[in-house]
Design a protein around this ligand. Structure first.
Ligand SMILES: NC(=O)c1ccc[n+]([C@@H]2O[C@H](COP(=O)([O-])OP(=O)(O)OC[C@H]3O[C@@H](n4cnc5c(N)ncnc54)[C@H](OP(=O)(O)O)[C@@H]3O)[C@@H](O)[C@H]2O)c1
Length: 346
């Protein structure tokens, strides 16, 4: 039985700096959703919270159109098909993924969603993490942009987060010496003892700069998730022909960027800084996913699922990404429901 009403969370106000209590508003609507031809009605069960969401709130076009005021908050998620319209490519009970947004229920064209079959060794939630754009970003960032080779020194910032924790482990699998940078002693202990990085450094420690210089005489690849001062510091340790993977700049998403001081080392070290957006690799996703799935099946990749309960808590959960409140991938669980495939574990 469908409920009498359902919730959606709308983008309400562009934040100037940090996300606030008025950035979003909740709308409760009567349940009048019905799939038409080629459409499906889905119930959303998990939402993925991603650092890029703050960048979409700016009034400028990035790699996506800016969010419009009043729009349902854009978000990837997992959902289950509740009702399939005539001619739909999906069936009731299918587990699917797509850009579902912050809503409990929605109607989509069946071609906008992808049916999932979780490979051995993986969990359903991996579709939003290791087997989602997060894992693919770590993989193609390291292999194609960073061209990481065995024996090289890899530095990863934002290392205990979703993308960074996968980049650290993939770096170890690819044979690199890995130095991780994260924002607490607990995160550093997890990175060293559980994920097996060679050294983890807390950038909030008063001696961080000296510790970084001691741990990183030279770096070959810097996987940058944070930008700002840590990127500037990394530029002082570039090896000849070093590659900087410009993945993200979370330290500067909520404020005006300050600019780099040490960029002249890029010239003297013949280094390369290259930005990328994971959607550039859409055609290569199957190749990347096959390798990540194999690593998962071999038990080579550990994950931490940081799950917040209830769609109403999504607005308070999102800022955890900018304050360092999450370890591993951040999700919002809406509901645990039955899916058609009894092998699917939710
Ligand atoms: N290029 C692409 O296609 C692509 C795709 C996916 C993600 N990304 C980028 O990858 C990065 C990570 O995203 P994610 O979604 O995986 O989030 P995440 O790493 O799970 O969470 C963000 C982490 O960043 C750290 N952080 C926050 N503010 C910081 C600051 N001022 N200085 C240093 N570290 C800070 C926090 O950990 P601490 O406790 O360590 O501070 C926080 O846990 C983001 O920059 C995102 O934009 C890019």
């Amino acid at each position: 039985m469908p409920p009498a009403t359902y919730k959606r969370i709308l983008f309400n106000e562009r934040p100037e700096g940090d996300i606030t209590s008025t950035t979003f508003r909740t709308e409760v609507s009567p349940f009048d959703l019905k799939p038409g031809e080629g459409e499906v009605l889905v119930q959303v069960i998990y939402l993925s919270l991603d650092a890029a969401m703050r960048a979409w709130m700016r009034p400028v076009k990035t790699y996506m159109e800016p969010l419009q005021i009043g729009e349902v908050m854009r978000s990837g998620g997992l959902a289950v098909v509740v009702e399939a319209g005539k001619g739909s490519k999906l069936a009731e009970g299918d587990l699917v993924t797509g850009s579902v947004g912050w809503r409990e229920y929605g109607v989509f064209r069946s071609t906008e969603l992808r049916k999932l079959q979780t490979p051995p060794g993986a969990e359903t939630l991996d579709w939003l993490g290791a087997l989602g754009t997060t894992g693919l970003t770590a993989y193609f960032g390291l292999t194609d942009i960073g061209k990481l080779k065995a024996g090289e020194t890899l530095v990863v910032s934002g290392a205990a987060g979703a993308t960074g924790s996968l980049a650290c482990q993939m770096g170890k699998i690819l044979g690199a010496r890995v130095v991780a940078i994260a924002g607490s002693a607990d995160k550093c202990a997890w990175l060293e003892s559980e994920l097996g990085v060679d050294k983890a450094l807390n950038y909030k420690s008063p001696n961080f700069k000296q510790q970084f210089k001691d741990a990183v005489p030279h770096l070959d690849v810097y996987f940058d998730n944070v930008g700002g001062e840590i990127l500037d510091l990394a530029l002082t340790r570039l090896n000849m022909y070093a590659r900087v993977v410009m993945c993200g700049a979370i330290s500067e998403y909520n404020a005006r960027p300050k600019g780099l001081q040490n960029y002249q080392n890029i010239i003297t070290q013949r280094a390369q800084l290259r930005g990328f957006i994971i959607f550039d690799y859409t055609k290569q996703y199957p190749e990347g996913l096959a390798i990540i799935a194999k690593w998962l099946a071999e038990g080579k990749i550990k994950r931490k699922f940081h799950v917040v309960e209830g769609i109403e808590n999504a607005p308070e959960a999102l800022p955890l990404l900018y304050s360092g409140g999450n370890t591993g991938k951040l999700y919002v669980r809406l509901m645990v429901v039955k899916v058609a495939d009894p092998k699917v574990k939710l």
